[in-house]
Each structure stands twice: as structure tokens, then as C-alpha cells.
Write a protein that binds this ligand. Structure first.
Ligand code: SF4
Length: 409
């Protein structure tokens, strides 16, 4: 019996490269049945894109990256701890862990982030614990490069044998302008081709789709999400493709952290998407089953569910909490419930209010300004959010103030 109450979030010293940052026990679905999954966040050097450019505007991985190379020995020490906990989880629960997510907050096939021997040790752990599926994260350029050079992906599929290998790309959106707004490292073409490469090599293609990154209104975010999932469906031409859509939450040193400090009347004031927006998105895709899900379904951290909703300005906390429970219930027992049941609880007034928010500048203009600001923050060796906090004098709405600031330089 899989139970929500068994969820665990074990944290380690985040400055120690020989310990993972955290090991988590969550619930999930595998082939239609509820299961336990283990999610490991390895101590890491930071993604190459983040180290080189400051990273994507909405990404918080830079906050936990150790910003120095992690040796194979240090990774092996981390993996010993992973083995210890997998053993404990299996010994103390009725059902063994079936899926293993190993995240290095970056590009799994990039040798400068995680070495080939470490990757092979991870596949060995999956085999020895009778794991059914291994899940990793990377980006399109990583897959394209690997396809032309080392074929680490092909080797991984070979070594894993009958264990499924799910490769997750941080797609976020298939709209090039929205991707540029987030400053993603790879092109839409690279993403499309890499999804095909992943499938061709025998792995499962999965993409993160972001709900409401910075500088998008609620409606723009909702529409972008629906259109992205439809595009991804078309690209997959009937073959299997998984999607994890991710509502953005407040993270330090991101552009949206700064945007949350604006006056609420500013059209670029940012607040997390409504939980009900996720349901509206889900409702468009009734046949995707467990291949479309949100991390929220599986994730109940130490700060949730109640505190999570109290401290984050989603829908009003009480309604949201009920929706959240419904969502979890739906996710765990989706055979017996429907999205419509949860949608009935939604506070329509909040959605109607958010629908009134209009961004006065076209997306192209927003992108052009963000690019200039990113260049300036890089020149000054600062996070974009810090650059704005230090240098931007607000005079009118956020974007007009940025334009004035740039013109005066
Ligand atoms: S979203 Fe991915 S590519 Fe972008 S900075 Fe974060 S880890 Fe790097």
C-alpha cells in the first residue's frame, strides 16, 4: 500500500561535495499503479550554462551549486549514501522503491559536470536495487553533442538493459520567444531533434513545461503551456512522450524574485500561477494519463501542504488546500476520480481577476530588454535580480523603467 504519509525529505550538509544535497521518498505512478520513487539531488558543480552566463532567468539551481568541479571520488561517496538509503527505504516499507530520479541540477551527459564512470555507477545501483526506471535531466544541446561524439546515451540504454531510462529536457516552452525570455541555452530545433534522438536510442523522452515564468501574465502562461504540450504531441507523432509541467515558485536570485517586489499594480508584478491554472491545463489533455503530470502531485515536502499554501500567494489558502488534496487524490487514485471534481472547487473569481492582467509590451520587446539586462548584469558580475535591485530606479512600470535605464547608460 503506497501512502502519502510515508513521504520523506532527508537533507545533508549542502556544502559537502561528498554528500548528496537531499534524498527524497515520494509517491508516483508506474504503469498505472501507485509506487514509491526516490529522488536524489546530488551535490554538483552547477550547470555549464549557469556557470558561463548566469543561467536561465527563472532557475534557482545556481543557489545550491558548489561552483567547483566534483571529483569522481566525491560522487562515489555520495552514491554510497544513496545506496544506504535505498536499502533503508526498501527495508521499512511494504513496497520497494521502483523509480530512481538522479538529478545533478544540470546536464547529465556533460563530462565536465558528471564523469562517465559516475554515470555507470548510477546504472549499477539501479540494477542492484531492481529499479524499474531511472530518470535524469539534461538539455537539447547536450543530447545533440553526445549523439555526434561519445554516444553516452546509447551506452546508458545498453547498460540499463530492461530498466527504462527517462531523459528529461528543460524545454519550458516551444515558443522561441518565451524560451528567449527565460534565456534557455538550446534552440527549439535542438530540442525537437534531441527528443527524436532520445527515442531512437531506446530511452523515454520527457520534457519539463514551465507554467508562468517571469514577465508572462497568467493567461499568456496558460496559453503557452497548452500550446507547448500540443506542439510536443505533434512532434512525437503518436510515439510516447512524457511531460512534467512545473508551476514556477519563488526562488532566490531569479528574475521573478525581483518582480515580486514590484507594486502589485505593475503589469509585470509576478506571483505564482494559480493552482487552478494547472487543472485548466490538465483538462485539455484527458487522454495523456500518467504521461502528463506535475511535480506537485508527487511532492509533499516538509513545508507543505498547509504551510506551502499559506506562504505562497496562489489561490486563497483554504480553497487551494482543498484543491491540492483533491489533486493528490486524483493523482494517486486517478482510476476513481476526475479533474472535473477538483475544478468544481476552484475559485473562479481569482481566475477572472488574473485574466484582467495585460502586459503592455509585446513579447519581442520584453525579450530584447531582458537580453540587454542580462548582458549588463554579466558585465557587472551580478545576478540579474541583484543588478536590478542595485541599479534600477522604478519610474513607471517595470519594463519602461528598464528601457529608461538602458537609454541613460
Ligand atoms: S534551467 Fe537548466 S539550463 Fe537553465 S540554468 Fe537551470 S539547470 Fe541550467
Amino acid at each position: 500500500m503506497i501512502s502519502m504519509t510515508d513521504v520523506l525529505n532527508i537533507r545533508f550538509d549542502p556544502s559537502d561535495p561528498s554528500k548528496p544535497r537531499s534524498i527524497n521518498l515520494y509517491f508516483d505512478h508506474y504503469k498505472g499503479e501507485p509506487i514509491y520513487r526516490t529522488v536524489v539531488y546530488l551535490a554538483n558543480s552547477g550547470c555549464e550554462w549557469s556557470r558561463r552566463t548566469g543561467g536561465c532567468t527563472m532557475c534557482g539551481t545556481k543557489n545550491s551549486a558548489l561552483k567547483k568541479p566534483i571529483s569522481d571520488e566525491e560522487f562515489f561517496a555520495q552514491l554510497e549514501i544513496v545506496k544506504e538509503y535505498l536499502g533503508k527505504f526498501n527495508a521499512t516499507h511494504e513496497a520497494p522503491v521502483k523509480t530512481l530520479h538522479i538529478y545533478n541540477d544540470g546536464f547529465f551527459f556533460n563530462d565536465s559536470e558528471i564523469g562517465p564512470k559516475v554515470r555507470e555507477a548510477i546504472y549499477g545501483i539501479a540494477r542492484s536495487f531492481n529499479i524499474k526506471k531511472v530518470v535524469v535531466e539534461t538539455n537539447g544541446s547536450d543530447i545533440i553533442r553526445d549523439n555526434k561524439t561519445n554516444n553516452h546515451l546509447g551506452r546508458a540504454v545498453e547498460l540499463l538493459g530492461d530498466i527504462e531510462f527517462e531523459v528529461t529536457l528543460g524545454i519550458e516552452s516551444t515558443n522561441p520567444l518565451v524560451r528567449a525570455l527565460y534565456s534557455k541555452p538550446d534552440s527549439v530545433e535542438d530540442v525537437k531533434n534531441s527528443l527524436e534522438i532520445i527515442r531512437r536510442k531506446g530511452a523515454i523522452s520527457k520534457g519539463y513545461v514551465l507554467v508562468k515564468g517571469p514577465l508572462l501574465t497568467e493567461v499568456e502562461a496558460y496559453e503557452d503551456c497548452v500550446s507547448t504540450i500540443k506542439t510536443l504531441q505533434q512532434w512525437s507523432k503518436g510515439e510516447r512522450f512524457r511531460i512534467e509541467f512545473q508551476p514556477v515558485c519563488l526562488l532566490p536570485n531569479t528574475l521573478h524574485e525581483y518582480l515580486m517586489t514590484l507594486d502589485r499594480k505593475d503589469p509585470y508584478y509576478w506571483e505564482p500561477p494559480l493552482l487552478s491554472t494547472l487543472f485548466r491545463i490538465l483538462k485539455h489533455f484527458p487522454t495523456m494519463g500518467e504521461d502528463l503530470y506535475s511535480a506537485l502531485f508527487a511532492k509533499i515536502d516538509t513545508d507543505s501542504p498547509w504551510d506551502f499554501w499559506l506562504t505562497r500567494p496562489h489561490d486563497d489558502p483554504e480553497t487551494t488546500y482543498k484543491i491540492y488534496l483533491k489533486l493528490v487524490e486524483y493523482y494517486l487514485h486517478r482510476k476513481y476520480d476526475t479533474i472535473e471534481a477538483a475544478l468544481k472547487l476552484v475559485n473562479e473569481k481569482l481566475w477572472e481577476e488574473r485574466k484582467k492582467q495585460v502586459a503592455p509590451h509585446p513579447l519581442e520587446e520584453r525579450v530584447a530588454i531582458v537580453k540587454k539586462l542580462l548582458g549588463l548584469s554579466k558585465q557587472n558580475n551580478m545576478h540579474l535580480s541583484d543588478y536590478l535591485k542595485t541599479n534600477l530606479k522604478l519610474d513607471g512600470n517595470f519594463l519602461d523603467s528598464c528601457k529608461n535605464h538602458i537609454e541613460k547608460l
